[in-house]
Write a protein that binds this ligand. Structure first.
Ligand SMILES: C[S@@+](CC[C@H](N)C(=O)[O-])C[C@H]1O[C@@H](n2cnc3c(N)ncnc32)[C@H](O)[C@@H]1O
Length: 240
């Protein structure tokens, strides 16, 4: 196990004041910061002024993403092996379209301790600054977040490559699960019911979608349900 630790930190969509208190603290305590292209200028200037070891690891135009990722992984391991506190600073939130999956996989496989520190995503932060609410009691009860790289003509294929995040579903988990299977989701899809998330006493209950529809478990509130193959992805990694 490496002596150091890696923090996958979200920097928010740009405005420095959208950095979280936790992100700010970890940045203050860090020995090395590996940062991306979309980090706000004010945040980069603040980091420069701190005099810390600051390494730009964003993708340059025309560069291959996998080569860049190998280099980022190498740097995370090098500094963590030296016992350093490494911040891997990403734009927005680190687990939304941030290539965090390959980094998490690498960190787990190399026994490097890590922590994910969420950030305000461009998904919610940017519309908020344009005064656009993302949900509406009558007009929008589902929020779809996807990349412009998808073939919109094959929108239906996306279903089993989607992550569903369900709020206010604690007391209707069984109906939700049945409904999603009816909707076309594979009954073997992983589910995580996260109770008291981010708080002391956070509890995560894992199962398959098919099992959830028959499950007897009582969940404590507040709870959020995540359904999708990403749940299987982390469960398999943690079993390694
Ligand atoms: C590779 S994704 C990373 C998303 C990021 N992890 C997040 O949670 O916001 C980069 C995309 O996020 C969006 N984005 C990020 N910052 C933004 C900003 N300040 N204004 C508008 N869109 C932004 C753009 O669509 C950009 O192409």
């Amino acid at each position: 196990v490496a002596k150091g630790k890696v923090y996958l930190v979200g920097a928010g969509p740009g405005d420095r004041e959208l950095l979280t208190l936790k992100a700010e603290r970890v940045l203050r305590e860090a020995d090395v910061i590996l940062y991306d292209r979309l980090i706000g200028d004010e945040i980069v200037s603040m980091l420069r002024e701190s005099g810390k070891k600051l390494i730009y690891v964003g993708k340059n135009k025309g560069e291959r993403g996998d080569k860049r990722q190998e280099e980022i992984n190498r740097l995370m391991k090098k500094y963590a092996d030296e016992g350093k506190k490494v911040v891997r600073l990403k734009g927005g939130d680190p687990i939304i379209f941030g290539r965090a999956t390959s980094e998490i996989e690498f960190l787990i496989k190399n026994s490097i301790p890590f922590e994910i520190i969420p950030g305000v995503s461009s998904v919610n932060g940017v519309p908020a600054y344009a005064n656009i609410p993302l949900t509406h009691p009558e007009l929008a009860s589902c929020l779809i977040v996807l990349t412009g790289k998808e073939d919109m003509g094959k929108f239906h294929d996306l279903l089993n490559r989607s992550t569903f995040v369900i709020l206010m579903g604690k007391d209707s988990v069984r109906d939700v699960a049945k409904g999603l299977v009816k909707f076309g989701l594979d009954a073997e899809t992983g589910v995580a019911v996260i109770q008291r998330g981010t708080l002391r006493g956070q509890k995560v209950f894992f199962c398959k979608l098919g099992e959830l529809s028959k499950c007897e478990e009582e969940f404590e509130g507040p709870a959020l349900i995540v359904v999708g193959r990403v749940v299987d992805f982390v469960r398999e990694l943690n079993d390694l």
